[in-house]
Design a protein around this ligand. Structure first.
Ligand code: BG6
Length: 517
């Protein structure tokens, strides 16, 4: 579907508060490759079930799980039921109606015969269910299988995009989109052998988080912040994604990736682009993604010597009072691994708006808390009229966009402390999201894919730009002489290596100010 059609659809469905209330979604078949895996059970099927419960799935719809494992349809449905019931939050009474939409096909990813049989099966299912020939292929698979599956879909005619209302075909891929610029280009070439760009949906689940989407609304639907959103008023920007989780059972992937590929190439740089981009002319996918690409082009790639980069790796430590092992002791991790699990990096955006303003990005695993937030630190007042009276520094304003655990926006400013004495106290004005129900990131992603809206998905030029920025640092970190000495250890359950602590403390703000009672 073309972007202008989506926009029309959305504008004709505005509720009284200017919201998209319910969309007229095209019927479709959603095919999940990797249906016996973790992502399907943890995220995809629970998201689809929740969409069913809230009436946001198209009608008619069918969901076909595909994997190598020889499940019967009933076995697949009962595993998925367990997965959906697992969180204890979902109402399971309508499960039987949802289960009737679920199907399973065993297949071999490298067998053209399997895919021909799948094509015939989907054709028949489409006829029975009336799904209009519309197909979504979600690749919940290791990236090494993306080219294999995309190629097979192309060869058996499942990648064909009909332009005459006889149905569309879309492919959904998850990061990592390559491991450097060259491999990202290779992956893109393979996808484009069979799919056109408008058929490809590259997921970044951070973009689908409610509070992340809110950044654009906050910046561009309010007139008061944009005039001060620049180097004249902002001292620095801090973006933090700290996690308590370690590498879990993903050592195979993480040993190849490390924190820069896992978090910076995608989520962290997306957050930076939303904060720093220029206003797009319309809230439409291509316009927004044009501005992001422009922003990525303005970030100067830097080497480790020129920029500030601190890399770290967690060792054994105490997390919530419990002993946890270090990264090198995790199953599947090499005993002498030099893969970073923490990084602090300072970026500069080279344009008129941001010249000289540092963007500090920090992310790490096994840190003392899960905290995802963006801080806009404003400058001090240019001249303090209180200096003679109070002899104290006036604490500058700070805006915090909380993504996790506080989902909301806080603005800190100075007020007079009530009472006979003249003294200032910083106060925080808080907006919290947590009272309203939030749409899970995967629900939003699937919904937008059904709508054909690319706004929350990566475009290939953005991917190439982010690799262009990060590849020099990756090369330097991975091939330099003193690699081991430049990887700072930090105990699990801490806020990262000592070498990064001052900056990390500033971003997480231990002086957190409380709201007025
Ligand atoms: C994923 C990374 O993309 O994001 C994981 O691969 C990381 O390593 C996760 O744990 C963090 O996501 P969230 O939504 O929990 O902040």
């Amino acid at each position: 579907m073309e972007t202008n059609v989506i926009k029309e659809k959305i504008s004709s469905e505005k509720g009284s508060c200017g919201c998209l209330t319910a969309a007229d979604l095209d019927p479709c078949i959603i095919v999940i490759f990797g249906a016996s895996g973790d992502l399907t059970a943890r995220k995809l099927i629970p998201a689809l079930y929740h969409m069913y419960l809230t009436g946001s799935l198209p009608e008619p719809v069918a969901i076909v799980g595909c994997a190598r494992t020889p499940f019967s349809g009933d076995e697949f449905r009962s595993r998925m039921k367990e997965a959906c019931a697992g969180n204890g939050k979902s109402d399971m009474s309508p499960w039987p109606e949802f289960a009737a939409l679920l199907f399973y096909r065993q297949l071999a990813y490298d067998s053209e015969k399997s895919f021909r049989e799948l094509a015939a099966y989907l054709d028949e299912l489409d006829r029975q269910r009336g799904t209009g020939g519309n197909l979504i292929f979600d690749l919940a698979l290791p990236p090494s299988l993306y080219p294999v599956v995309a190629g097979m879909l192309g060869r058996v005619g499942l990648a064909v995009q009909h332009n005459d209302n006889r149905g569309w075909s879309r492919i959904v891929v998850e990061k990592p989109f390559g491991r450097d610029l060259d491999s990202a280009l290779d992956l893109d070439r393979t996808l484009h052998e069979h799919f056109q760009e408008e058929q490809i949906f590259r997921i970044d689940h951070y973009l689908a988080k409610e509070t992340v989407q809110n950044i654009l609304m906050f910046r561009f639907a309010n007139a008061i912040f944009e005039p001060i959103w620049n180097r004249g008023f902002i001292d620095y920007v801090g973006i933090m994604a700290a996690e308590k989780l370690g590498v879990e059972n993903r050592a195979g992937y993480y040993e190849q990736a490390g924190v820069i590929r896992d978090m910076f190439q995608n989520h962290m740089l997306q957050l930076l682009s939303l904060i720093a981009m220029e206003p797009p002319s319309h809230f439409a996918s291509e316009r927004v993604r044009d501005e992001k690409a422009k922003l990525f082009r303005s970030i100067r790639p830097f080497s480790r010597r020129e920029g500030e980069v601190v890399l770290g790796q967690y060792g054994p430590g105490l997390l919530d009072g419990k002993e946890v092992r270090g990264y090198r002791q995790e199953p599947g991790v090499a005993a002498d691994s030099l893969i970073p699990t923490f990084a602090l990096m300072r970026f500069y955006v080279e344009n008129w708006r941001w010249q000289g303003v540092p963007f500090w990005l920090v992310s790490g695993k096994r840190m003392a808390g899960k905290q995802t937030r963006i801080i806009i630190q404003f400058k001090e007042v240019p001249h303090s009229i209180f200096r003679d009276v109070l002899g104290e520094k006036v604490v500058p304003n700070r805006l915090v966009l909380g993504i996790y655990p506080e989902e909301g926006i806080s603005l800190t400013f100075q007020t007079k402390n009530p009472g006979p004495r003249v003294c200032l106290r910083p106060m925080t004005m808080d907006f919290r999201y947590d009272t309203s129900p939030l749409l899970d990131a995967y629900e939003k992603v699937l919904l937008d894919c059904i709508l054909g809206d690319h706004l929350l998905f990566w475009r290939q030029d953005g991917i190439e730009q982010t690799w262009r920025i990060l590849t020099p640092i990756l090369n330097e970190c991975e091939h330099c002489q003193g690699r081991a000495q430049q990887l700072y250890p930090y105990p699990a359950g801490s806020w990262g290596p000592e070498a990064a602590r001052e900056q990390v403390d500033k971003i997480r703000d231990r002086r957190e100010v409380k709201s007025a009672p």
